[in-house]
Design a protein around this ligand. Sequence first.
Ligand SMILES: N[C@H](CCC[C@H](N)C(=O)O)C(=O)O
Length: 285
Amino acid sequence: MEIPYIKMHGLGNSYIYLDLFQFEIEEDQLATLAQEVSNVNTGIGSDGLILIHPSEVAEVGMRIFNKDGSEGMSCGNGLRCTAKYAYEYGIVDRPNFKIETKAGIVEAEILVEEGKVNDITVNMGSPILNRSAIPMLGDDDKHVINERFAIGDRDLHVTAVSMGNPHAVYFVDDIEQAPLYDLGPIIEKDERFPEGVNVEFIEVLSENELNFRVWERGSGVTQACGTGACAAAVASILNNNARKNETITVHLLGGDLQIKWDENDQVWMTGGADIIATGVYQFHI
Ligand SMILES: N[C@H](CCC[C@H](N)C(=O)O)C(=O)O
């Protein structure tokens, strides 16, 4: 089965995108397709699959599937790429529009300079902080801020933030020493996170600057994670290492994102998005 695709990335966090304004695909084929196309040896190579689809509640809809075929609720880098594609390929006819995700509707703004899409700003909505809504197991339903989190023989402290998808944020003194590969996969599936969790390690450089690494639920280490960068900025503010209404530059492996949590409890993300290639995938189902 031949499937037309677009490969796009946000700061190196790449996905294979299907434009479902052009064709349809069976729901029960999506998990397998995500696993297939993500494989760098036998597929196209990406961090997962994203569907750009018609929506009844917004100009365009977006769904994300991780490398392992699991469906995520939202994707910051994916939203910027979806917005760029929708604007440049005529799905929308203006630079401000809404995008429906499983986590809710977000608002995107295309920043155009000399007719070219430069950056994209997305209002990612309000962070979700109550333990039960992350979700994270525990004795109360308060916010999880710098809570002791023992794992193996390590004594960590976690701040838990959901941006519609769950994030466990840990502060480290040196990002290069972050236990990304040895603790990332363990925390991702820790029983205290009943739906799994995206794992972020951050090094506070100043009130307005963070170093950031991520082990993603369902995809492992990626070059960048937009929802993770939002969660990291919120966690830094919750721990009094940064302030609301100030733009925080988050340095990810693949580049920088500008994040602001404003006085109306909205988290704004600004960054780039790039089209890598278009093609036709030979789906083996
Ligand atoms: N890379 C995405 C996040 C994917 C989240 C997914 N790993 C999950 O929540 O299961 C981003 O830019 O926000």
